[in-house]
Design a protein. Sequence first.
Length: 590
Amino acid sequence: MKPLHKILFSIILGAGLLNAQKADLILTNGKITTMDDKNPEVQAIAIKDNKILQTGTNAQVLKLKGSSTKIIDAKGNRVIPGLFDSHLHVIRGGRFYNTELRWDGVKTLKRALEMLKEQAQRTPKGQWVRVIGGWNEYQFEEKRLPTLAEINEATGDVPAFVMYLYGKAWLNKSGLKELNISGDTPNPAQGLIEKDSNGDPTGLLVAEPNAFILYSTLAKLPELTEAEKENSTLQYMTELNRLGVTAVMDAGGGFQNFPDDYGTTDELNKQGKITVRLPYYLFAQKKGSELSDYTKWTGMVEIDDHGHNGHNEIDYHVNGGGENLVSDGADFENFLFPRPELPATMEKSMKEVVSLLVKKRWPFRIHATYNESITRFLNVIEEVNKVTPLNGLVWFFDHAETVSEENMKRIKALNGGIAVQHRMAYQGESFIHRYGKKAALASPPVKKMLEMGIPVGLGTDGTRVASYNPWVALYWITSGKTLGGTQVMAKENALDRKTALSLSTFGGYELIKDNEKGKIKKGYFADLTILDRDYFTVNQEEIKDITSKLTIVDGKVVYGDETYKNIAPASLPVLPDWSPVKYYGGYQIK
C-alpha cells in the first residue's frame, strides 16, 4: 500500500495535469473559417494561454471548460483568423493618428468639406488641420477633388494641409504663411511649389514624382506631446483591431528615424499595451549614408525568432531592412507622372547594402512599382547571391504592379516573395489614364504569382498612399474594382474570396516563413476576429464595410463592440481634446 503522502501527491499531480488541459477561453456558436484545409469550418474554439488548444463542435470543445474558463458566444457570426497586413505604417502612423482628420470612407465631397470646417473651428492656435491620405475623388458622389478656394473657405485662418495620396497636397493661405513659403521659395528636387501668374504660391504642392516635397512639409508641422503620442498610437491600434487586424508588418517610412522615432511604441511595448503583432523593418533615410546606417543597425540588432517560441507576448521587434534600402532605388508610384528612371549609381549603392544584409542574415524588402526597376533590382540580388548565397533568407518585393512573368520566374528562383497592396483601388483611374486599360488588367498579376508558387501577402500601405482598411483591399482583389467602381483589374484576374483571405492571413506569414500564425488550428497562436457580417456571403459592395464585433490577439480580447463590451477593454479617452478622432473616429462606415 502506497504511503499517504504519495497518494496525495498523485492526486494533486493528476488534478494539475487535468487543469493544464482546461481552456482559458472558449468561443462557441460560430461559423468559424479556420483556413486549415483539413478542417475548414468548425463551431467552437478553445484557447489556452496564447494558443489554440482545440477546435470542433460546441460539445467537443466544451469538454475543455474548467471552473475559470471564460465562454464567449459568437451568436452564429462568421469567425476568421485575425487579419495580417503585410505592409502598413503603424509606428509612424500611430504618432500622428490623433492629429489627422480622416476622409477614408467619406461618401461625398460636401461632407468632407463640412468635416474640414468643423475641425478648423475646434483646432487650437498653434496646431493644424490635417487630412493625410487614404482617400480619392472617385469615392465621392461628386467625383472631383476639392478646390483651393473651397479649402481656404472651410479653414479660414487655421493652417491646413490636405494631402492627396502621395501625389500632391494643398496648403491653405494660413499654412503658406506659417511655413514662410513665398514666391522666392525654391522648388525641391522632383517637386513643385505651384505659382500663379504673379509668381505667388497658390498652395498646391506637387510630387514630380518624388514625394519628398510632401512628407518633408509634413515633418515641419507641430507634433503631439509624448503622452498624446502614446494615446494616439493606442487609438490607431484599436482602430485596426476594430477592422479585425491582429498583426502588421511595419514597412518603416520617410522621416521615421531609428531608434529615436520608435520611442513611443518601445514604451508601449514595455507597458504591455501593444494590441497588434508588430514586426518592423528599418528604412534608410538619407542619401549617401544608407550603408553606414545599415552597418550600424545590423551591429545593434540581432535578427532571431522573436516571439515564435510560445512565450506569452506580442511580437514587437526588428524584422529586417527596407522597404527603402537606398535612395537611388526610390521607385515612386505616382501615376500622375511618368515612371522615374533610376540613376546609374543605383546598382553600386544597392549591391553594397544587399551584400551587407545577406552576410548579416537580415531579411529585406524592396519598394518596387515598375517592372523596369524590378529587373535592375533582381540583377543586383542575383549578383550578390553568387558571392554570398541567400540560402533561404527571407526577402520580398513590395507593390510590383507591373512585374513581368520573366521577372516572377527570377523571384521564384531566388525564393523571394511579393507583398501586394490595394493602391490600384485608389490610383486605378490614374493608372488607366497614363498607361491604358490593357496595362491595368493584371496590375499587379496576383493570380499568376500564386500559380507560380510565389509567396504573396496582401496589405494596404496605409495611412498615406491608401487607407489602412484591409476590407478595401479584400474588396479590390476579389472584385477588381477601384473605390469609384471602375473595373481596373480584369474579372478573370481577380481572386475568389477564400484565396484572397488567405493572403491576409497565413499567406502573409508565409512571406516571412512563419508557420505558427494565420490559421485557427491547434498549436497556432490565438489571433481571431468575429465579423459583423459574413465575408463569404455578403454582397460584393458590402465587403469594404465589414468590421469586427470582437478581436482576440495572442489569446486576449483587445476589442469588442456593444455586443461584447462587458468583456472588452474600456475605450480610452482621446487625447488631445480637439483631436478629430474624438469626433469622427477613423474609417467612415455608414
